[in-house]
Design a binder for this molecule. Structure first.
Ligand SMILES: [Zn+2]
Length: 137
């Protein structure tokens, strides 16, 4: 029913990198770069909205451990950490997960860079105030 739960309970194969009581890190089988890793909570949470705060803390700590392993073992000093929540945001497995994507010089992962560099929405100061006033408590 959930492929990541199947990985956790051993029903599905995975390439485990790191594991502790509440989290698991394993290789993404559809990697976009060499060493692309997923970090998940062992308990099923659909996305950020249903995620338990303490477990979320454990997940990000495991992400950090994974970045250290990538640095130590693969010499990676640059990573993107990406988390998608919901269908419109391109979440495809509905068990919370964070992508740790190693970056290398000239790796042609332009779509990630483009997102930051070339796709700013055009917005004026009035919009900023409007958004701030809607969001803040
Ligand atoms: Zn699951």
């Amino acid at each position: 029913m959930c492929i990541f739960c199947d990985i956790i309970n051993g029903k599905a194969k995975s390439y485990k990198i790191y594991e502790n009581k509440s989290t698991l890190a394993f290789l993404d089988i559809y990697p976009i770069s060499y060493g692309h890793i997923l970090v998940i909570p062992k308990k099923h949470y659909e996305n950020i909205y249903s995620m338990d705060n303490e477990i979320l803390t454990e997940v990000i700590k495991t992400v950090k451990t994974v970045t250290e392993l990538l640095k130590e073992k693969l010499g990676i000093n640059d990573v993107n950490i990406i988390n998608s929540n919901g269908r419109i945001a391109n979440q495809t497995v509905f068990h919370y997960h964070m992508h740790v994507i190693p970056r290398r010089e000239n790796d042609n992962l332009d779509f990630i860079d483009e997102w930051w560099v070339n796709k700013y929405i055009k917005i004026n100061d009035t919009n900023f105030n409007e958004i701030m006033n809607k969001l803040k408590n």
